[in-house]
Design a protein around this ligand. Structure first.
Ligand SMILES: C[S@@+](CC[C@H](N)C(=O)[O-])C[C@H]1O[C@@H](n2cnc3c(N)ncnc32)[C@H](O)[C@@H]1O
Length: 289
């Protein structure tokens, strides 16, 4: 997604070092390695086991030039320390889910598939979406749906979940989807967006601690850049984009960063047609001064 735009902003050069903090299947990383040929280095960080396997395959041809770590991207500073690299030329974060995670129904991210309510991107995380749905009290459920899903019907959905789980635990994506569909008044069911979209987003964000992780790396990532090095962040919903925008602006005022994208870059019409998921993507970039 936004591959050409990211490459232009990162200005990848031979001999330079880049960090991809959300390696996924290795799409952006592959392009960085090609453009930094013959001696550039890519540090790839990813916390999903399955994505790591896919990226290792995709990047095998680059040998030692691609260094891959299974880590949460908030730990990029210690990853760099472990390979004795102090500063890098660019950092990329392409947030959200990979197509692999979405395609694998059994991971529980998609309400279109019947599967256990899991939603952990990193299989080592302790708490699943089912744990939250079955254990949070009604107020906490409502707050989670409001805070992370901006869900207008949070109170009704939380009440419906609590009522339903009295009969037995809510275990699957379809069970949750049915509860949400019944809780949201019929006349507010949109034809374009499934009524369960926001509830699923909210649970996924909480399971994976996504906003806290993003806040953490937005605060600290830029310090790892060389002067003139750039950080690019692609976000997929307004909660993420707000964090990036606000943090970049503050760091600019404090004299650490210069914002390169005054307005976020969005995918071209052609990319939006080719890949409907790209529609909500926003790319922001800033440079260390
Ligand atoms: C949209 S995909 C990246 C796709 C990749 N840019 C490509 O071109 O193939 C996002 C990836 O980031 C990973 N991810 C999300 N949050 C993370 C975190 N805190 N630490 C490490 N990886 C994370 C997800 O597991 C997912 O594989």
């Amino acid at each position: 997604m936004l591959v050409e735009e990211v490459m232009t902003l990162l200005n990848c050069q031979p001999g330079c070092v880049y960090v991809d903090g959300t390696l996924g299947g290795g799409g952006h990383a592959l392009e960085i390695l090609r453009r930094t040929s013959p001696d550039g280095t890519l540090i790839g960080v990813e916390w999903d086991d399955e994505a790591i396997s896919e990226a290792c395959n995709a990047l095998r041809e680059f040998g030692e030039r691609a260094k891959i770590f299974r880590e949460n991207f908030i730990h990029i500073p210690s990853v760099l320390k472990s390979v004795k690299i102090e500063q890098v030329d660019g950092i990329l974060l392409d947030l959200g889910l990979s197509s692999l995670q979405l395609a694998k129904g059994e991971r529980g991210f998609s309400f279109k598939e019947e599967s256990p309510l899991d939603m952990r991107m990193d299989q080592r995380l302790a708490v699943t979406a089912a744990d939250l749905v079955n254990r949070l009290d009604e107020k906490e459920l409502e707050d989670t749906l409001t805070e992370y899903g901006e869900e207008r019907w949070a109170r009704r959905i939380a009440a419906a979940i609590v009522q339903e789980r009295e009969k037995g635990p809510v275990q699957t994506t379809q069970a949750l989807r049915r509860i949400v569909h019944q809780a949201v008044p019929r006349r507010f069911h949109s034809r374009k967006i499934d009524p369960a979209t926001r509830a699923f987003q909210a649970l996924r964000i909480r399971v994976n601690n996504e906003l806290e992780n993003l806040k953490g790396i937005s605060e600290t990532g830029w310090k790892l850049l060389k002067k003139g090095g750039r950080i690019c962040i692609i976000s997929f919903h307004s909660l993420e984009d707000r964090i990036v925008k606000v943090t970049f602006r503050r760091l600019e005022r404090e004299g650490g960063l210069r914002i390169i994208t005054k307005k976020p870059i969005v995918p071209s019409e052609e990319e939006r047609k080719r890949n409907p998921r790209s529609r909500s993507a926003k790319l922001r970039c800033a440079e260390k001064v």
